[in-house]
Design a protein around this ligand. Structure first.
Ligand code: AR6
Length: 166
């Protein structure tokens, strides 16, 4: 499985699925979530999200992509960093990546794009989060997935992921 770290806007991704850094209620929000909702079509995406939610932290569910190029949007709720111990945050963040990739495999997808989950509003330090994200992706044994893209929105995030890239 190929792993690409890029700078960009995840709503423009050519991957089969893009991942939304969601909240447990699957309510449209700010940050990457807001960008995805806006582009997909806020009301129509919110309707499917409310039918499928709420979810637990670290879980993942899929919706259609609507007006986004990607066929699916995979919604996962990362941990709010200050709500948990360091160990529990790590486990939950890793689960968000793991369950999203498992779901993509279950859907028979070849490619998935991740944002940097929990490192915005949810306050996860990027130095730690990037290590956990990459460790989880490198250790994953894919079924149908051939490509994982990590789409960084800013240079600092991009640099941090690259520090931990193999
Ligand atoms: N493409 C890629 N990455 C982006 C984009 C984009 N278009 N826009 C922002 N980012 P955040 P969280 C980056 O706060 O910390 C929402 O309200 C951003 O720069 O979006 O998991 C949800 O509804 C940062 O590096 O997600 C939840 O309530 C990264 O995406 C809550 O925020 C994640 O930042 C989730 O917080």
């Amino acid at each position: 499985m190929k792993i690409n770290i890029i700078i960009g806007d995840i709503t423009e991704s050519d991957c089969d699925a893009i991942v939304n850094a969601a909240n447990k209620e699957l309510r449209g929000g700010s940050g990457v979530c807001g960008a995805i909702f806006k582009k997909a079509g806020w009301d129509i995406l919110q309707k499917e999200c409310y039918e499928k939610g709420p979810i637990k932290t670290g879980e993942a569910i899929e919706t259609k992509g609507y007006n986004i190029k990607a066929k699916y949007i995979i919604h996962t709720a990362g941990p709010i960093y200050f709500n948990y111990s360091k160990e529990e945050s790590k486990r939950l963040l890793s689960n968000s990546y793991l369950n999203s990739m498992k779901l993509a495999d279950k859907l028979g997808l070849k490619s998935i794009a991740f944002p940097s989950i929990s490192t915005g509003v949810y306050g996860y330090p990027i130095e730690e989060a990037s290590k956990i994200a990459l460790e989880t992706i490198y250790n994953y044994k894919p079924e149908t997935l051939e490509l994982v893209e990590i789409v960084c929105f800013d240079k600092n995030t991009f640099n941090e992921y690259n520090k931990n890239a193999r």
